[in-house]
Design a protein around this ligand. Structure first.
Ligand SMILES: [Zn+2]
Length: 346
């Protein structure tokens, strides 16, 4: 299995995030990808390649032009306010909730940041746009080799993507890599594409992007949003809207869920994907279901990830794996590569 990786991911290195009322060191760090890369190379699971560069059109297929323009210029705007800002990350502090207007982009920079975000845990840094662009190229390149006939490919990139919507960032995510890959598969002629999100957190961005579309099925197994981030989406009664009705499946599970219960949800998700009749699969591969994850609440163990990979292989679909969350930094490499190994050598 080919892996697409670009070292520019490390340019996105947030200093602090807001967590339980305090600014704390970021959980989403470059070392996460480094550990996965090292484990991939140790097990020689396949070639690690530089991604191809895709143009703006691949991004505007998912993200709004005004949001992309904001991401591309945010850092320069921030430093233009005060040269001393170059030593600080951008963190949102004000948001247009409910009755506020979102159709007008404010001139005020803090207000602009709030318009395009939904939490204070996602710092925007000097290298965020460069890293996010490189990550999107990894996802698109992985989709491209699957279009060309590879059975599967892996986008090893960060920042992750599944919390990012068409026009907002949050949850450590800026560009929705899984959605970009799914859309690329659709453009390349795959009639029906499924996105399976196995990250601990609901993929609210991906769901929102495809919620009214009948051609992209979204299934997610995640911590119950009544208690778990991102809180405001991911309930079982969200099944799609309009032409997309029936093409969205949420399987929320309580904190403390172990592999036996989780694996039953995986069967339900894969049954839904089979009924949908997907031609290809995109897996939002978050590793924060691991029992040792510092910010999550499931109890999956390292060997369970081999079983997940084996089961995904049995689905028999061309598959694009996209690296998402997973914050037990020392273990994230072994766990992620276990999924890929289980998939490759069942
Ligand atoms: Zn997560």
């Amino acid at each position: 299995m080919k892996t697409f990786y670009n070292h520019l991911h490390a340019q996105h290195q947030g200093k602090v995030e807001m967590f339980r009322g305090a600014l704390v060191p970021c959980f989403e760090v470059p070392a996460r990808a480094d550990h996965v890369l090292a484990e991939l190379q140790r097990r020689q699971l396949g070639a690690v390649l530089e991604p191809q560069a895709f143009d703006e059109a691949a991004l505007t297929a998912i993200h709004s032009p005004r949001y992309l323009n904001f991401l591309a210029t945010a850092w320069d705007q921030w430093v233009a306010l005060d040269a001393a800002n170059a030593d600080k990350d951008i963190l949102p502090s004000v948001w247009p909730t409910r009755t506020f207007r979102t159709d007008i982009e404010p001139d005020n920079f803090a207000a602009k940041v709030g318009l395009y975000s939904y939490d204070a845990g996602t710092p925007f840094t000097s290298g965020t746009w460069v890293a996010a662009r490189a990550g999107a190229n990894c996802a698109l390149s992985a989709a491209q080799v699957v279009v060309a006939g590879d059975r599967a490919a892996f986008a090893l990139s960060r920042p992750p993507g599944h919390h990012a919507g068409a026009d907002f960032f949050g949850g450590y995510c800026f560009l929705n890599n899984a959605a970009l890959a799914a859309q690329h598969l659709r453009h390349a002629g795959m009639k029906k594409v499924a996105v399976l999100d196995v990250d601990y957190h609901h993929g609210n961005g991906t769901q929102a992007i495809f919620f009214d579309r009948p051609d992209v099925y979204f299934a997610s197994i995640h911590g119950d949003p009544r208690t778990e981030y991102p809180f405001y989406l991911g309930h079982a009664d969200e099944t799609g809207s309009g032409a997309g009705l029936g093409a969205n499946l949420n399987l929320p599970l309580p904190r403390g869920t172990d592999y036996a219960t989780w694996a039953q949800a995986l069967e339900t998700a894969l049954a839904g994907i089979a009924r949908f009749g997907a031609d290809a699969l995109v897996v939002s591969l978050g590793m924060d279901t691991f029992e040792g994850d510092p910010i999550s609440g499931f109890k999956l163990k390292t060997d369970d990830y081999l079983r997940i990979g084996e089961r995904l292989a049995k689905a028999g679909l061309p598959t694009v794996f996209i690296f998402e969350g997973g914050y037990a930094v020392q273990e994230v490499g072994v766990n992620a590569v276990n999924v890929l190994q289980g998939f490759t050598n069942p």
